[in-house]
Design a protein around this ligand. Structure first.
Ligand code: SF4
Ligand code: SF4
Length: 353
């Protein structure tokens, strides 16, 4: 059996890449030090020594084309399917690595890419068992964007992350040099967020010799409300892929009330009537099935600033989604307004107050 060693580290890193990851990083108790509570390896596996974290890009083919079509409201499904499948592949890689480690004598636990939350924290805070992104930035997967997401030189933030926590003493990888971080605080991720989830104030974390800076965050439900389609329009000329337009108030408790009591129940009704093609499974929604209608902060971010700007322009000119005979189509904001004004109350209640 290999000991604490480079051999096993290289085998596991190679395994992640062979199975479909684009990047892999290793963190240890020492390199994580006493960071945020969501980096505690013991929470996943008592006595754990290290963690393997990896990124799976949404696509290695025409991801650019799929993102452009998603942002321009030409096609929703193509990119959504890629994102869902990348997440599933990341989970599969975690399962396979933990299986191998177990078989050769090491304790190991796979940690889901997403949609699993700590049961000892209130569900509305959506606290993950382990912060893949903190482990990813501490390893050498990518940098911390001002959005708070991991950004990679190759795929921007369009990657799914998952991890394996193990008793094996793997050799840590080091954070990438901060001077290579392409984030210039352009804040296009802010501009693409109808939920106002990101706050333009720096949240600075110092770990060892490294400093990570991200924007502070508002209540997590500000993202949840918009991200999975309970609402998708605030004002202006564009929406997300959601046809709903429940208000997005500044006050968190008001927002949570509308989300939970009004928008989410009728979202389930709409989905029951119109169906969902694809999507993913989530514990906190009626019927447990939902789809991505936003992800705009993630999709707009690209290593090249001119592409970021072009992507945001596509979004800004994409129009407002309305649902007609079960199909979601973009129209101008004025047309959408007229459609809602003429809609019978029995149908309108499925989309707005
Ligand atoms: S969109 Fe701009 S500010 Fe946001 S993470 Fe990307 S580069 Fe940074
Ligand atoms: S997914 Fe959408 S709502 Fe959530 S933070 Fe990103 S842009 Fe905002």
């Amino acid at each position: 059996m290999p000991n604490q060693d480079t051999d096993l580290t290289e085998i596991i890193k190679g395994m992640a890449l062979t199975l479909g990851a684009s990047h892999v990083g290793i963190t240890t108790r020492k390199t994580l030090e006493d960071w945020h509570f969501t980096t505690e390896l013991d929470y996943i596996l008592d006595g754990a020594n290290s963690a393997v974290t990896f990124a799976v890009p949404f696509d290695e083919g025409d991801m650019e084309g799929s993102i452009d079509k998603f942002l321009a409201k030409e096609d929703h499904k193509e990119l959504e399917k890629k994102k869902v499948r990348a997440t599933t592949l990341a989970n599969g890689i975690a399962l396979e690595i933990s299986g191998l480690l177990n078989q050769i004598g090491y304790e190991a636990e796979p940690v889901h890419a997403n949609f699993v939350y700590r049961k000892d924290s209130p569900s509305e805070y959506r606290v993950p068992p382990l912060s893949h992104k903190f482990l990813a930035v501490r390893g050498d997967i990518g940098h911390m964007g001002y959005s708070g997401m991991i950004i990679t030189k190759e795929y921007g933030s369009s990657v799914a992350l998952a991890s394996v926590v193990t008793g094996a003493k793997l050799k840590p990888t080091r954070s990438l040099p901060e001077e290579e971080n392409y984030c210039d605080k352009c804040k296009l991720c802010f501009a693409a967020c109808l939920g106002d989830y990101m706050i333009d104030e720096e949240d600075v974390e110092k770990i060892g010799d490294d400093t990570y800076v991200a924007a502070k965050k508002a209540h997590p439900l500000r993202c949840s409300y918009v991200c999975t389609g309970s609402t998708g329009y605030k004002e202006g000329k564009w929406s997300t892929w959601s046809p709903a337009r429940f208000p997005i108030p500044e006050d968190d408790s008001e927002l949570i009330k509308i989300f939970q009591e009004k928008a989410k129940p009728v979202q389930f009704e709409r989905n029951s009537i119109n169906g969902i093609e694809g999507g993913f499974y989530h514990p906190f929604y009626p019927g447990y099935r939902i789809e991505y209608t936003c992800s705009l902060c993630q999709l707009v971010c690209h290593p090249q600033k001119e592409i970021r700007i072009a992507r945001y322009k596509k979004l800004a000119n994409s129009g407002v989604i309305v649902e007609k005979n079960g199909e979601r189509i973009p129209v101008t904001a004025e047309e959408a307004q007229k459609i809602f004004e003429e809609m019978p109350a029995s149908k309108k209640r499925l989309y707005t107050d």
